[in-house]
Write a protein that binds this ligand. Structure first.
Ligand code: NDP
Length: 237
């Protein structure tokens, strides 16, 4: 596979889970991939060595660092914003600083990264953000801040698609349901409850999500923009 030969791809949050699968997919298809990480330095270095990609430490909670990383990586053909965190617990008890940090990583970083990438992005460029089916459906308590953040990405895609569409740049959100990663292990305590909402009663794989991202980044998806693409075993149906 060499669908992205010569293309320059930046993945924010690529050291583990879905982000690592996206890095592997683009690298396998010939792209020049740079990815960021925050705390998982060993995993990031191993992935870079495995795939021939470049790992850069950049905290997605740090707006100016994110903007600088995107600027210095450009011009990009593809930007994928995958870094995200979840916060589970009673909304009345949650530390407001932790909520604000989540919003910096899950909302502010994607917004500023997308805008910064578009400054230098050529026609045909792709901006893809990893949201969540929880942007559409939040069937349990304790995850309101996370749901807020993933719903906000829907506005990001709709708005920035308008801003950048005339230049041939698309902006899309991929909305996974339960995916087997460190954030949501397939053998975790909530598995039965999550599967009870689903038509396909299993966790998805990070590679399945990476496949959707690759399609959105590819030549067949040039007319697809401002849209949410759900891959969730019908969790949200
Ligand atoms: P993981 O927790 O397994 O991995 C998260 C990745 O994001 C890691 O590479 C991590 O890097 C990076 N990251 C987190 N915080 C930061 C930060 N401050 N700066 C830079 N990188 C950061 O999560 P998943 O792979 O499961 O999730 C990836 C995305 O998919 C997230 O946006 C998540 O919300 C979304 N998602 C996941 C679902 C699931 O069921 N797994 C379902 C729906 C959406 P490091 O370790 O180096 O900090």
């Amino acid at each position: 596979m060499a669908n992205f030969a010569g293309k320059k791809v930046l993945v924010l949050g690529g050291s583990r889970g879905i982000g690592a699968a996206i890095v592997r997919r683009f690298a396998a298809e010939g792209a020049r991939v740079t990815f960021t990480y925050s705390s998982s330095q060993d995993a990031a270095q191993a992935l870079a060595a495995e795939t021939g990609s470049t790992a850069q430490a950049t905290d997605s909670a740090d707006r100016d660092a994110v903007i600088a990383r995107v600027r210095d990586s450009g011009p990009l053909d593809v930007l994928v914003v995958n870094s995200g965190v979840a916060l589970f617990g009673d909304a009345l008890e949650q530390d407001p600083d932790a909520v604000d940090r989540l919003l910096r990583i899950n909302v502010q970083a994607p917004y500023h990264a997308a805008v910064e990438a578009a400054r230098q992005m050529p026609a045909g460029g792709r901006i893809i953000v990893i949201g969540s089916v929880n942007g559409d459906r939040m069937p349990v308590p304790g995850l309101a801040a996370y749901a807020v953040s993933k719903s906000a990405l829907q506005g990001l895609a709709r708005g920035l698609a308008r801003d950048f569409g005339p230049r041939g740049i698309t902006v899309n959100v991929v909305q996974p349901g339960p995916i087997d990663t460190d954030m949501n292990p397939a053998d975790g305590p909530l598995k039965e409850m999550m599967h009870s909402f689903m038509a396909i009663k299993r966790h998805g794989s990070a590679e399945e999500v990476a496949g959707m991202v690759a399609w959105l980044a590819g030549p067949e998806a040039g007319f697809v923009t401002g849209a949410m693409h759900t891959i969730d075993g019908a969790f949200g149906a």
